[in-house]
Each structure stands twice: as structure tokens, then as C-alpha cells.
Ligand binder design. Structure first.
Ligand code: PLP
Length: 411
């Protein structure tokens, strides 16, 4: 007898995008020790936690050090005090009411969007947009819902909904019937959004096909335009067919602190093999209570402080700062005659490579000639080829400097 592994893992393409980006960057730095590289690649925030968040965080840590206020295990689904703030601030202003037991607090939208597929049968047909936040794809590969990756960069058995300049980054409905559709808006990596009407097309499809939408709204806080839904539940009927993922990572700088949440309305259902309806809320609750032991109390207190009056003000300032960077990037690159997408309701700017260069060639050009690091679009899926992603998370000073350097290049 030998230990057998989950061979689905072997189907994964080993080169993790950001590892290759870091490798090229390190090699360049080694050969050019004096080069001052500006990083606009990985989507991580740079600003520290807001003062009111820190104050609440510290207060809760003190509580943990006092026998009278110490807390051990909390509810796996998160504390009601945070779920109540989430509902009051993130949903009610948009006319969406939820119960606290429809909100599951977790330590990340990455794990939630990755784990959610566990509650669905392996036989379900999955659709993703292309390019895509790769977690949706890789976790379905790991689970065995796909075949091998084909020469065109797509996994067998997965439906890819192409998003590029030709369709203005609005995916078309799948041609074949699918059961589960992952949507991410504002989008990572393209930075584009869907309007109410465009999102409604998908909700209507899901209603008609008894399908489910897994809606990742990790970048909701960057929405600036009126015609962009803040939550999928603003669309009529969505509560019956959609699960929504949110995160404090980009909204409040929690990438290193870890807090997120997933909304599973009680109305949203799947079917057993006999055709009986089963509440997905019940299944996700079972999954989380079995495999997860909740987010630490101080982190949940810190997250709740995001919704205090001061917290809201402080966080808005930080988001506005990043969005100013996005504006600088977008307008500078447009001035150079480049085709630029995103950056209006998102910290991501998706640049069409000049002269039909491929994504890695443009990446290398920016690294070698301007000492600016982006992320090659091809790493996000076949339709990302010919694009490069820049992020607005650096300082304004560095962002301007990067744009200055790029403007001196000859394309
Ligand atoms: N969803 C999308 C689309 C993301 O881009 C990211 C992070 O980059 C995440 C989820 C992960 O969020 P979290 O930090 O909450 O795990």
C-alpha cells in the first residue's frame, strides 16, 4: 500500500503568477542594485489601519487580558455585533434586509470563495469570467470538477466567459447550460464593472436555469458611479440565486489582519438528487461550524469599528487616496495614447499592451526600462493576454514617479 494523493492537484499549472513576477523582479534588482523599483503589481494595500480601528482593536486585546472580559471560542459564524453593523451599513442603505444568521464572518474572501464549492456536487457545470481571480478556477480543479488544462490555457470542462475590449468587458451568457457562475464586480483584474441591467441579465439567467451566482464584491468600496450595483441583492430575485462575498481587506486595510464575510440568504437553494430543495445557508452553516472556529474577537471588534462614524470618515480618506492614484494612472496612460480600462470604480487599471506586445513582453519592458512592476494579464486567463494590470495601492508620490518614467518610454 502507498499513500495516494489527490491527483487533481497535479492538473494545476505550477507557476503561480506572483511567484514568477517576484522572480523576475528579484533578478532585475540583483543585476541592477541601484534601481528604485516601483511595485504596482500585487493587489495589497499599503496604508496602515485607521486610528479608530486600531483603538478598538487595542481595547479588545486588553479585554482578552482580563479575567472578567476574556473570551474563548466565539460563534463560528461570527459575533452578532459585527453582523448587525454589516447589515445596517452595507446592505440596508441599498434597500436590502438580511438576518444576522445570513451573514457568515470569516478570515477571508479568498478562503470563502475557495471553500464554497465544497457544498456543491462535483457534477455541476461551472462558468467563470476570463480573465479571472484564479482562486475560483484552481479550487474547482483541486476538487476534480475539471479535466486537464488544454493548449489554449483553459481547463477541460470549465466554461470561460470571455471579457475583453471587444465586448467592453461585459461577459456574454454561457452558450451551454451551467449550474454555477462566478462573477466578481468591480472586477479583479480588469477593474471594470457591470451596470444594474447587465447584472440583471445574469440574475435572470440563474432564476431561469435554477443556477447559482457566486458574487465576489471584495472591491465594492471603490464604486463611484451611480449605475453600478453595490450588492447583487439590489437586483430583483437575486436573493433566491446568489451568494455574495465581501472583505475588509481592501475596504479597510485588513489584508494582514484578516476579516471578511459571506452572505447566504435563506431563500437561496440547491437540489438533492431526488430534486428536493435544500437551503444553501444550512449547508454553509454546517461547513463552517465543522471546519472553522471563527475570527478572533479583537479582529471582529476592529472590523466593527470600521462602521463607527470616525471609522467611516477615516476609511473614506484612505480609499479616496487610492482612487486618486487610480485617476493619475488612468489619465497619464491615456495621454500616452494607451488603451486603458478600469480605475474608475476600482483600484485596478487594465492596460492594453502597445503594438500587440504580449503581456510578459510589456511586463519586461516596464520593469527593465521604467523599473515599474505590473502584473501580466495572461496570468489571469487566456483572455488576459495582451493586457497588463497596474494597481493604485502605492503612494501618490511613487505613482506619479512611475507614470513619469513610463511617459519617457518609446512604445
Ligand atoms: N476576491 C478577490 C476578487 C480578490 O482580488 C481578493 C484579493 O486580492 C480576494 C477575494 C481575497 O480577499 P481576502 O483578503 O479577504 O482573502
Amino acid at each position: 500500500m502507498v499513500v495516494k494523493i489527490n491527483e487533481n492537484y497535479l492538473k494545476l499549472k505550477s507557476s503561480y503568477l506572483f511567484v514568477e513576477v517576484a522572480r523576475r523582479e528579484a533578478e532585475f534588482q540583483k543585476n541592477n542594485p541601484d534601481a528604485d523599483i516601483i511595485k504596482m503589481g500585487i493587489g495589497d494595500v499599503t496604508k496602515p489601519l485607521a486610528p479608530s480601528v486600531i483603538k478598538a482593536f487595542q481595547g479588545a486585546v486588553d479585554e482578552m487580558g482580563n479575567a472578567d472580559t476574556f473570551r474563548g471560542y466565539g460563534p463560528e459564524q461570527g459575533y452578532d455585533f459585527l453582523a448587525e453593523e454589516i447589515i445596517k451599513n452595507d446592505f440596508e442603505p441599498f434597500g436590502v434586509s438580511l438576518d444576522t444568521d445570513e451573514v457568515f464572518i470569516s478570515d477571508g474572501a479568498k478562503c470563502d470563495t475557495g471553500n464554497i464549492q465544497e457544498i456543491f456536487d462535483l457534477g455541476n457545470k461551472i462558468a467563470v469570467t476570463d480573465p479571472v481571480y484564479t482562486v475560483y478556477v484552481d479550487t474547482n480543479v483541486m476538487a476534480g470538477r475539471t479535466g486537464e488544462m488544454k493548449d489554449d490555457g483553459m481547463y477541460e470542462g470549465l466554461t470561460y466567459l470571455k471579457c475583453n475590449a471587444e465586448n467592453e468587458f461585459v461577459p456574454e451568457l454561457p452558450e451551454e447550460d451551467v449550474d454555477i457562475i462566478y462573477l466578481c464586480y468591480p472586477n479583479n483584474p480588469t477593474g471594470t464593472t457591470l451596470t444594474y441591467d447587465q447584472l440583471k441579465v445574469f440574475v435572470d439567467y440563474a432564476i431561469e436555469h435554477k443556477a447559482i451566482i457566486l458574487f465576489d464584491a471584495a472591491y465594492e468600496c471603490f464604486i463611484r458611479e451611480d449605475d453600478v450595483p453595490h450588492t447583487i441583492y439590489e437586483i430583483e430575485g437575486a436573493k433566491n440565486v446568489a451568494i455574495e462575498f465581501r472583505s475588509f481587506s481592501k475596504m479597510a486595510g485588513f489584508t494582514g489582519t484578516r476579516c471578511a464575510y459571506t452572505v447566504v440568504p435563506k431563500e437561496v437553494a440547491g437540489y438533492d438528487s431526488k430534486g428536493n430543495e435544500v437551503q444553501l445557508n444550512q449547508l454553509w452553516n454546517r461547513r463552517q461550524t465543522t471546519k472553522f472556529n471563527g475570527v478572533s474577537y479583537p479582529v471582529q471588534v476592529a472590523a466593527a469599528a470600521v462602521y463607527s462614524d470616525d471609522g467611516k470618515k477615516e476609511i473614506k480618506e484612505i480609499i479616496d487616496y487610492y482612487m486618486e492614484n487610480a485617476k493619475v494612472i488612468k489619465s497619464s496612460l491615456e495621454k500616452l495614447g494607451l488603451e486603458v480600462y478600469g480605475g474608475v470604480n476600482s483600484p485596478y487599471i487594465w492596460v492594453k499592451t502597445p503594438n500587440n506586445m504580449d503581456s510578459w513582453a510589456f511586463f519586461d519592458l516596464l520593469l527593465n526600462e521604467a523599473n515599474v512592476v505590473g502584473t501580466p494579464g495572461s496570468g489571469f486567463g487566456p483572455s488576459g493576454e495582451g493586457y497588463l494590470r497596474l494597481t493604485a495601492f502605492n503612494t501618490l508620490e511613487n505613482t506619479k514617479e512611475a507614470m513619469d518614467r513610463i511617459s519617457k518610454l518609446n512604445f
